[in-house]
Design a protein around this ligand. Structure first.
Ligand SMILES: C[S@@+](CC[C@H](N)C(=O)[O-])C[C@H]1O[C@@H](n2cnc3c(N)ncnc32)[C@H](O)[C@@H]1O
Length: 234
């Protein structure tokens, strides 16, 4: 029995289990196995870009006696995944830009309004921007601590209605300004923005572009800090 880390536990909580779930970049297949053994899903496709991790996934799935319910597929993103019956896609433990690229290459994700569970390790703001600009609504989002870091898990779905957003929301997404851990994550994001902005303003040989980018980062960071103060819970 594997003890899933908080990132993957939260991913599992956002899975609808209405049909088959695809775990993209499954690596060890811990999440895929958990989705079946916990009863969340009846069928899972565990896929990975590389043979090595997929082999480990296969062994693990076999040892758990789940060959009949978890199919393994060698695939770059969703390229080799058939859309039929897929209700959920989980893409966890990759950079935000790569996650966005994987989604953008599979138009059926929009058409079938697949439930997306996305856990970026870096560049979460780039991923949220991609989602907003491509008509995906962030339904839910939660910060999770996997010591020593805090990550965000995003639950998104394509929306027929156009998605509007404020510029600072690419850093805040669907996080809850009232929740303790979400606030901790938001505070880190805000301070990172301000530090990066100040760094840009201080840099030698700065261009007009650098100055305006630096000021913008500081402005957005302060908007988030002010919102955190408005709904102070500490
Ligand atoms: C850091 S592991 C994350 C494993 C697991 N999803 C988690 O969150 O703990 C990233 C995995 O994604 C796989 N990967 C990277 N790029 C991929 C792509 N384009 N398509 C499918 N899998 C990919 C890697 O081979 C690796 O096994």
């Amino acid at each position: 029995m594997i003890n899933l880390d908080n990132r993957l536990k939260q991913c599992a909580e956002f899975v609808s289990g209405k049909g088959c779930a695809a775990d993209v970049g499954t690596d060890h297949a811990y999440l895929a196995v958990h989705l079946i053994t916990s009863g969340i899903c009846k069928k899972v496709i565990a896929c990975d870009l590389r043979e090595g991790p997929l082999q480990i996934a296969k062994e693990h799935i076999h040892n758990e006696g789940l060959d009949g319910t978890i199919q393994t597929v060698l695939s770059d993103g969703l390229d080799n995944i058939s859309p039929d019956g897929i209700s959920d896609i989980i893409i966890a433990g990759m950079g935000g830009e790569l996650i966005a690229r994987i989604i953008s290459r599979a138009e059926w994700v929009k058409k079938n309004k697949v439930n997306l569970i996305l856990q970026p390790m870096t560049k979460a703001s780039d991923l949220r921007k991609f989602l907003f600009e491509n008509g995906f609504k962030i339904k839910r989002e939660k910060a999770v601590k996997s010591e020593p870091f805090i990550y965000s898990v995003i639950n998104a779905q394509y929306s027929e209605a156009s998605v509007t957003y404020e510029d600072y929301e690419i850093y805040t997404g669907g996080l809850d300004f009232n929740s303790k851990l979400d606030r901790e994550y938001l505070n880190i994001q805000a301070n990172r923005l301000i530090i990066a902005g100040k760094g840009m303003l201080k840099s030698a040989n700065k261009s007009e572009n650098t100055i305006s980018n630096g000021k913008e980062k500081i402005r957005l960071g302060n908007i988030i800090l002010n919102r955190l103060k408005e709904v102070r819970k500490d």
